[in-house]
Design a protein around this ligand. Structure first.
Ligand code: HEM
Length: 538
């Protein structure tokens, strides 16, 4: 029989693996009544109509009718795996997060994904990839919900529906590669030029990952770390794959899309099953928490900018190994609910306007996707730390709570130790200074520079990587119907690099425009390059 798990405020009727719905040797109804027949429905007479009275028929069909849940509005296509994170130590001076203390082992679940495709889409398309990790720490769940690229298309989350609407298939035909979707994507990124930096990453070999096992991961935003003394620093998170960073050739990606649309999903599961457990090191770039929140002239609240690793080296603070495939895709990979607001003491958010919108969005969408407010009780989302919350009832409530309905302050219910215990272990919102005026968007000049870092990226590429980037822009813009959009994007490329713009213009048979911004020549950043990258395999 299913073991009962006692929580401080309730009893759950099953263990951490979830309800065991496959007990005993007989087929039963969901109510546990043994069944004699499941192949023929009950009829009136030998050839008559089916009777509504057949409760097993009704239950079987009704449940089947409701097997599907909505796919994620973005990142619908993904694959996941379980593993363990072990901290090297070294982060204690900047964060009190217990799971980052030397030698601490923490179970994790990682979900990799594409962004734009639907649940059944092909794995090898040109896209950004999600790299989301749930750490089941002793202090509660910490989610690092990142991507395989260090920057994002937009500086403010209010533009998220715009970029996704511009990139996803359109309502008339729902064809991802339709003319209209190319036009709208390039229309948006050429008008909203802060998207140009992320776009050049997409057009590079990084947009065609060879394997989930060979991707870097980035938290993208700047986070605020708090140490045991209450001192704060700013930090960016990085995952470095042991196998190095590798991309597919465009032709390989296209062929694989036809031959094996499950290529990445299969690769991850096969590698884990074969014992070739993928590994990453977690690293942080740490910056002083100054009032300006800038470093080397780069605004740390601008998620369209990275801080080059030569300027702020990545310090390795731990290692993650994925060694167990999910046993049930729906229960684990599909029902996992990541949220950038799942933070533990020692890690806090900043005022990055993209991050702030994400803090609202994830739980909001999961209320619909996972059918109500109790999705943290689904086994894959359940913290491994004790839970004693004030949340009650609601759809899919799984806990049987005891005592009076929770309220605070409370002198009657000794079983509700609200706010008791060691305040040191509690999450504390870090005091920050906010301006007294309400403005739509206050930003430094660094936010308005949309091309320098795209140029830095271009200059860091090897000749063959540059060829791939020119070919990618040429192919994609070749699918754009509206001449004005192509020309506007060529203008953006002219503002990144003459060689890039010239190559694409020649392929499109168009004149190459002159830049409208001054092209500064930063030092090439070899750490960005995939082929000449600074993290080759061991
Ligand atoms: C899902 C990353 C920006 C809304 C995801 C996932 C990842 C991700 C990895 C997939 C999670 C999974 O595997 O279940 C990022 C990154 C961003 C970003 C790195 C920027 C730096 C945003 C913004 C919004 C947003 C600005 C909205 C304002 C969503 C939503 C989902 C999602 C609604 C689906 C969640 C679900 O259904 O469980 N994101 N995202 N994201 N993201 Fe983002």
């Amino acid at each position: 029989s299913a073991p009962q798990v006692r929580t401080p405020t309730g009893v759950r009727a099953h263990d951490d693996q979830g309800v065991n719905a496959q007990q005993g040797e007989w087929l039963t109804t969901s109510g546990g009544v043994r069944l004699r027949e499941t192949d023929k429905s009950l009829k009136a007479g030998e050839r008559g109509p089916t009777l509504l009275q057949d409760h097993h028929l009704r239950e079987k069909i009704t449940h089947f009718d409701h097997e599907r849940i909505p796919e994620r509005v973005v990142h619908a296509r993904g694959a996941g795996a379980h593993g363990t994170f072990v901290a090297y130590g070294g982060a204690e001076s900047v964060t009190s997060a217990g799971f980052l203390a030397e030698g601490r082992e923490t179970p994790v679940f990682v979900r990799f994904s594409t962004v734009l495709g639907s649940r059944g889409s092909a794995d090898t398309v040109r896209d950004t990839r999600g790299f989301a990790t749930k750490f089941y720490t002793d202090e509660g769940n910490f989610d690092l919900v990142g991507n395989n690229m260090p920057v994002f298309f937009i500086q403010d989350g209010i533009k998220f529906p715009d970029i996704i609407h511009a990139g996803k298939p359109h309502p008339d035909r729902e064809i991802p590669q339709a003319q209209s979707a190319h036009d709208t994507f390039w229309d948006f990124v050429s008008l909203h030029t802060e998207a140009q930096h992320h776009t050049i990453w997409n057009m590079s070999d990084r947009g065609l990952s060879r394997s989930y096992r060979m991707m870097e991961g980035f938290g993208v935003h700047t986070f605020r770390l708090v140490n045991a003394a209450g001192e704060t620093s700013l930090a960016k998170f990085h995952w470095k794959p042991k196998l190095g960073v590798h991309g597919l050739l465009w032709e390989e990606a296209q062929m694989l899309g036809g031959f094996d649309p499950d290529f990445h999903r299969r690769d991850l599961a096969d590698a884990i099953e074969a014992g070739a457990h993928p590994e990453w090191e977690l690293g942080i770039q740490v910056f002083p928490d100054t009032p300006e929140q800038t470093y080397a002239g780069i605004d740390l609240l601008d998620p369209t900018k990275l801080v080059p690793e030569e300027v702020a080296p990545v310090q390795k603070i731990g290692r993650m190994v994925l060694d167990r495939n999910p046993s049930n895709f729906f229960a684990e990979t599909e029902q996992i609910a990541f949220h950038v607001g799942n933070l533990v003491p020692g890690i806090d958010v900043t005022d990055d306007a993209l991050l702030q919108a994400r803090l609202f969005s994830y739980v909001d969408t999961q209320l619909t996707r996972l059918g109500g407010p109790n999705f943290n009780q689904i086994p894959v989302n359940r913290p491994h730390a004790p839970v004693n919350d004030m949340l009650r009832d609601g759809f899919h409530q799984d806990a049987v709570h005891r005592g009076v309905a929770p309220y605070h302050p409370n002198s009657l219910d000794a079983g509700c130790p609200f706010l008791a215990g060691d305040p040191q272990g509690a999450f504390r919102d870090n005091p920050v200074t906010v301006p007294e005026t309400v403005k739509q968007r206050a930003q430094s000049a660094s936010f308005d520079d949309h091309f320098s870092q795209a140029r830095l990226f271009w200059l860091s590429m090897t000749p063959v990587e540059k060829q791939h980037i020119i070919a990618a822009y040429s192919f994609e813009l070749g699918k754009v119907y509206e001449p004005a959009i192509r020309e506007r994007q060529l203008q953006c490329l002219a503002n990144i690099a003459a060689e890039l713009c010239g190559g694409v213009a020649a392929a499109l048979g168009l004149p190459a425009p002159s830049p409208t911004v001054e092209l500064a020549d930063p030092e090439p950043s070899p750490a960005l390059s995939m082929l000449g990258g600074s993290y080759p395999p061991d």
